[in-house]
Design a protein around this ligand. Structure first.
Ligand code: DQA
Length: 146
């Protein structure tokens, strides 16, 4: 089983970016957590980060036939991107949405998530741990579908 983990804009700046909201751990630490969680779940993982909406759409499309599920933190594109929503719908892969912060308690413009409409579950406000939970959940979810 293989998962694609997608991270959207500015997540490459974790550690220095608004540490009061996103913490002091950097993007390398997030990648390590994701790899460890994948090993724990017994799944292969590919990690992708981009600051560009079209690149994220291309990567989601490329997962079709290559991956069994997607974990995605679309970052700011969560709240704006119909293109990412449509890509997730188009590939028909189970997807889980992750946010490091608790977007439900933040600004009004963060209350809409387009990506969520194509996701089977959302984790928010758990910090990096949300990615681990998402990977474990997705493995379980896919196995139960069989
Ligand atoms: C985020 C929340 C988004 O609102 C924000 O634009 C991000 C990160 C999170 O992980 O908490 O860039 O997705």
């Amino acid at each position: 089983m293989k998962f694609l983990v997608v991270n959207g804009p500015n997540l490459n700046l974790l550690g220095t970016r608004e540490p009061n909201i996103y913490g002091r751990q950097d993007y390398n630490a997030l990648q390590k957590l994701v790899r460890d969680a994948a090993a724990e779940a017994g799944v292969e993982v590919e990690i992708f980060q981009s600051n560009h909406e079209g690149a994220i759409v291309d990567k989601i499309q490329a997962a079709m036939g290559d991956c069994d599920g997607i974990v995605i933190n679309p970052a700011a594109y969560t709240h704006t991107s119909v293109a990412i929503l449509d890509a997730l719908k188009a590939v028909c892969l189970p997807a889980v949405e992750v946010h490091i912060s608790d977007v439900s308690t933040r600004e009004d413009f963060r209350q809409i998530s387009y990506a969520r409409l194509a996701c089977v579950k959302t984790y928010m406000g758990l910090g990096f741990e949300g990615y681990r939970q998402a990977i474990l959940f997705l493995k379980d979810y896919i196995e139960k579908q069989k």
